[in-house]
Design a protein around this ligand. Structure first.
Ligand code: NDP
Length: 334
């Protein structure tokens, strides 16, 4: 079983030296367990947080642990009722070829209903994050303007397309011309490159009626451009701040927190952080039904960026945090 473990806690962007590659014997499943062979690994920004020792909503990885990650895997040996070799499942096997898992936590996948990889993207955790954060917190109304960055990624692309289904105008922000073109294909009403000059000016032009919902994925310079455009009573689901995940220091001054709070007050803004898990019991069933329908009808489109080979997971992961992925970042193991 070839696996990739955390060798040291990264300082800034994770590098090859932060990982340990090794191989161990595969063991047989105990009662209630299955042995899984990994087909696809999901690369998700939250894993960068787990590499740090900082306390979060979930415990950090320890040095020596296999790198965490959602996986689509195949049952190769089963000691659990209801699972047989050949079954495809969604699990959290992490960055390794094989994993032993308790059957309780597995979601069975039916490849005849949807390609199995969608369980890690549009029909999985990222798609659900978009659905829950936008509908439960953002609550877009017909005619309103919804803005989102990292807009070609699995979360952002779903946010914009669901906003349009709900009758809102979608403004997508992404890095580079190719991604801007992709946003137009997805049907976003406006598409902006955050790497081109004068994002604040271009965003103001693209949102003449202001912004009613800003789905916050990135923070940093994009947030600075968005804040002046927010309307009174705007809602901001705070989902992620990926522009800062590799940061090693606070941004340069001056301290603008007073100004920010002044805007929150004077515009009656609602900023509400969330972790998708809090909505699973109340919304996951609705999500699977709605999103499966939208994907089948073409109302929600998605793209996958598949890197071949477990050994390339570290470089693909660092690249994703930098914006090199074009769609949902996955690693194909076998
Ligand atoms: P993506 O596939 O969109 O990958 C991250 C993207 O972030 C990059 O492709 C890049 O896109 C963008 N990015 C990186 N640095 C910057 C920067 N400085 N400024 C602007 N954009 C930047 O990731 P996901 O769709 O999987 O995740 C999106 C966000 O959602 C993340 O913040 C993640 O942590 C969060 N999340 C939160 C969850 C929750 O429960 N709260 C659950 C799942 C995800 P580009 O090239 O367009 O700049």
């Amino acid at each position: 079983n070839h696996r990739i473990r955390l060798g040291s806690r990264p300082h800034g962007e994770p590098t090859a030296d932060d990982y340990l590659h090794d191989a161990v014997e595969v063991s047989s499943p105990a009662a209630g367990q299955v042995l899984l062979r990994t087909h696809y690994i999901s690369l998700d920004p939250y894993v960068r947080g787990r590499m740090s020792s900082a306390k979060s909503y979930a415990a950090p990885m320890e040095v020596g642990d296999v790198i965490e990650g959602g996986t689509v895997s195949e049952v190769v040996e089963s000691a659990a009722d209801g699972f047989a070799p050949g079954d495809m499942v969604l699990s959290y096997g992490g960055w390794q070829e094989y994993s032993l898992e308790s059957a309780d936590g597995l979601r069975r996948l039916d490849p005849s209903v949807a390609p199995v990889t969608t369980a890690l993207g549009v029909l999985g955790m990222p798609g659900f994050t978009a659905y829950a954060g936008l509908l439960a917190i953002g609550r877009p109304q017909p005619g309103e303007t919804v803005a989102v960055a990292a807009a070609t990624g699995p979360v952002g692309s779903a946010v914009g397309q669901i906003a349009r289904i709900h009758g809102a105008k979608a403004v997508g922000i992404a890095g580079g011309e190719r991604k801007v073109g992709q946003l137009r294909e997805y049907g976003f009403d406006e598409a902006l490159d955050h790497r081109a000059p004068d994002l604040p000016g271009r965003l103001a032009q693209a949102t003449p009626d202001g912004i009613d919902v800003y789905f916050e994925n990135v923070g940093g310079a994009v947030w600075d451009a968005v804040l002046p455009q927010l309307n009174t009573y705007a809602r901001v689901p705070v989902c992620g701040l990926v522009s800062g995940y590799n940061s090693t220091s606070l941004p340069e001054g001056p301290d603008r927190s007073g100004q920010l709070m002044g805007t929150v007050l004077s515009k009656s803004l609602t900023l509400r952080g969330f972790i998708q898990l809090e909505f699973v019991s109340s919304m996951f069933e609705d999500f699977l039904r709605d999103m499966s329908g939208w994907v089948a009808s073409g109302q929600v489109q998605h793209t996958e960026d598949i890197t071949e080979g477990l050994d390339r997971a570290p470089e693909a992961f660092a690249g994703m945090l930098r914006g090199q992925n074009f769609g949902k970042a996955l690693v194909k193991v076998s």
